[in-house]
Design a protein around this ligand. Sequence first.
Ligand code: ADP
Length: 497
Amino acid sequence: TAAAVEELIAPPVQVSYTQHLINGRFLDAASGRTFPTYDPRTGDVLAHVAEGDAEDIDRAVAAARKAFDEGPWPKMTPYERSKILLRFADLVEKHNDELAALETWNCGKPYEQSARSELPMLARLFRYYAGWADKIHGLTVPADGNHHVQTLHEPIGVAGQIIPWNFPLIMFAWKVGPALACGNTIVLKTAEQTPLTALYAAKLFHEAGLPPGVLNVVSGYGPTAGAALASHMDVDKLAFTGSTETGKVVLELAARSNLKPVTLELGGKSPFIVCEDADVDKAVELAHFALFFNQGQCCCAGSRTYVHERVYDEFVEKAKARALKRSVGDPFKEGIEQGPQIDVEQFEKVLRYIRAGIDGNATLECGGERLGSKGFFVKPTVFSNVQDDMLIANDEIFGPVQSILKFKDLDEVVRRANTTRYGLAAGVFTKSIDVANSLSRALRVGTVWINCFDVFDAAIPFGGYKMSGIGREKGIYSLNNYLQVKAVVMPLKDPAW
Ligand code: ADP
């Protein structure tokens, strides 16, 4: 109801940090400018934050450069680095509720999700990479000829990291965890919508013993601060998560400047395939979660729900009933499943796509409009009779809009599922091991979730095929993004033995 989104709870946290964190100190922007960050429940200004531009990025990169070139970070023993990551994870647990409240306030996601799922994942991920810090080593290589050959796995240097607003702290973890474990130093640029929690987390990292200059956090806009970081000549590696459009821009900036290697985690239009043998109630619940989780603001959202014709009608009926039951409201209230969209731009974009769905003759089963009169709440929306050529079946909507499509056989659905420029993830719902195995091999995506979705363990690699990205994050795979391999070759005394 409208009341659910209009009678709001006062967030149980204060905003403590709004300046850049450079070289271990909080600093105003070089220009002295600030920009507003908002509470998406109301659209009101939550805080004013230092607005970084090229000069602030320069200062942060200089600090990171010095901390890398002069140490101590890359020269500390891996065990010492590991202990700092572990101490940080302890502090995250200690400050769980403040960090979670700040995340919910700035981002609009349910507090229970922040506090019980995302913050624990943050701590878990840093412990996972703390475990890697002292297990990174090269090889002895049996090359032809009379040589002793070894490889050294060394940190790359200064990592530039640009993150989005949908999971500010989780994205912080995926970027910062492996980079620090490998001995790099960092300049992180947060999304302009959600600058607050990364500053808080970076402050905790310094309390955990991180030397100054190792992790620098700059707030600001993409085309200014972000572009300055992507094109900086003294940044040795760039990691980016965001839209495919902006991914192309930063890749070009990296290429035109110093050819820094780039990893990209970009958009998606993930299929969720419900096979004819599926238990419909369970499939409905999982497909609902796959799309609506985090207000539909997930790059891997299951945004094309393909349902076998034999169970299609029942599925549509139940998917609609489930969406109508979804509790939307103040994300600080208990039991709320869905908060507001992040900002007015995204809110209007989602409503435009809903209009395009209606105009394109998809069947609007429920939702289709805003909820209440303030903030950025959108009613959970379900379209059936969606066809592959409709706009809503092709573009990333990034909102609570489920599109249900019908299919007849598996070859057909694989072909249709793969007919997209994206390739981030897919869901498959079936009781058949054969179907699960053949679909997981046929789908051209970075993750296939069988009878589950959005499982984000620290050890599981994540990333995209095609225009969903380059490279993998998390797990052992992320370490390669932050390491150089050096071959060391020396002659052996002849005869060698
Ligand atoms: P969205 O459209 O979801 O906001 P973006 O890809 O634009 O996604 O934003 C993701 C991140 O990329 C944010 O931190 C944003 O500030 C940054 N960004 C946007 N434009 C640029 C750019 N031209 N250069 C570098 N970073 C950018």
